[in-house]
Structure formats: C-alpha cells, structure tokens
Write a protein that binds this ligand. Sequence first.
Ligand SMILES: Cc1cc2nc3c(=O)[nH]c(=O)nc-3n(C[C@H](O)[C@H](O)[C@H](O)COP(=O)(O)O)c2cc1C
Length: 237
Amino acid sequence: MSAQNDRSPENAQSARVRASLAEMRVDYSEVAGQHPDEPDLDVAHLEAGWLPLLRIWLDGAVRAGVPEPNAMTLGTVDAAGDPRTRTVLCKGVDDTGVTFYTNYDSDKAHQLDAHPAASVTFAWVSLAHQITLRGPVERVPAEVTERYWATRPRGSQIGAWASWQSHPIASRGELDAQWLAVAQRFAGEQVPVPDFWGGYVVRPVVAEFWQGRGDRMHNRIRAELTDGTWVAQRLQP
Ligand SMILES: Cc1cc2nc3c(=O)[nH]c(=O)nc-3n(C[C@H](O)[C@H](O)[C@H](O)COP(=O)(O)O)c2cc1C
C-alpha cells in the first residue's frame, strides 16, 4: 500500500471524523428502528427469566433488518485473569442457554476450558436494545454439533478444517493453500466434523436488559437466578 499524502481528501475526511467523535450522539427518545409503542422495559418483563424477552428482541432485530442480528460479543478471561472479547454468531437460544460454534483449539476455547464462564452481549444499536448474559459455559454434546455442522455450507466446513484458529501463519497465500489442500482431501465425499471444532453453550445466571430512552435516562433491568428463581430489579442507567 502506498503512503498517503497527509493532505489527501481521505485524510481530511478522517481528521474531521476524529474531531467530531465527541459530538456523536443519538437521541434515544426518537430511535428510528424502535417501535413507537414499545412499552418501557420493566421488572415484570424479566420475572420469567431472560429467554422470553430475548426472543422478542431478537425477532424485532430480524424484522428491522439489523445486519447479523445474531452477532454477539463474547467475553472470556485468560490465564492471567485479563479480559478478552470477540464477536461470535449465536446459533441457538433455548432454556439450556445461548449456543455458538468455534474451534476447540482457539484462544477462546483454551480460555473457556480453563475458566468455563463467559459473558455475551447483543447490541442492536439501531433499536436501542442491549442484552448481556453471564454464566457458566459447557461444550455442547457432539450430536448437537453434528446437526449444526450439516447445515453449514461446504466451503465453511472446509474452512473450519483449513484454519488453525488463533495461530499465526506466514501469509494469505499459505492460508489459501491450506483451504485447497483440505478441499482436495475431501473431494467427492462429505466433509466430517473436525474433532477440534464444536459448540459451547452459555447458561445464563445473570441477565441484563437495556432499553435506550431520552436524556440518558435509559431503562435497565437485571435478573439473577437466585435459588432456582429469577429475581429482577431495576438499575440506575
Ligand atoms: C460478525 C462476526 C461473526 C463471527 N462469528 C464467529 C463465530 O461464530 N465463531 C468463531 O469462532 N469466530 C467468529 N468470528 C471471529 C471471532 O470474532 C474471532 O476473530 C475468532 O473466533 C478468534 O477468536 P479467539 O482468538 O479469541 O479465539 C466472528 C467475527 C465476526 C466479526
């Protein structure tokens, strides 16, 4: 890539964006994507736990055309006790928890295996909705991974075999060569599930729902699983 002239229009535009960061703000009293009749989020909405309202908000995000509405930020803790985050796609939501799939030899997997707890956050910013869930994490049974694997496009299946996720590689060319080698290896046959790949389920014990409102007076309700019962309370925003 050639060095860019400092006075290029691109750089002037980028400088303007940086200068205006402090000015960027949304008035959540008039969020375009949020249904105008949406009721104020209340403690009563979480008395049955996190699942019913998560489903309603996820459906709303799909209906509103939010890109990748199942994307969520996954937070883990590493061996030094430092936080790590990255985006993963939620591939299942039910009373067992929230499921995603990954490489069992990735950084996140090593962190989860050593410290099996995680936090996930869905942020549907255009709807002024955020949900954070936290709880213990388990690998999903192999047959659950098998069922999901069968729905993946062949190219993605090959990609899972071809990428030793989170490990360095010298070049893009080498990565592409690994993909081609796997494609040749499985030519004419079904691509099996790698033994180093599968799902994790986060089983929420704490859930926090956030709904944007005007003047930064947002609605924030936290529910905690206490002696087998969900107990919800309102938090100051
Ligand atoms: C929109 C989006 C969706 C992603 N979905 C997944 C996913 O479902 N599983 C996954 O392993 N990585 C997914 N990634 C890549 C991860 O964010 C991350 O780069 C990768 O898993 C390596 O993380 P780790 O080194 O912390 O293990 C996604 C990234 C983006 C931006």
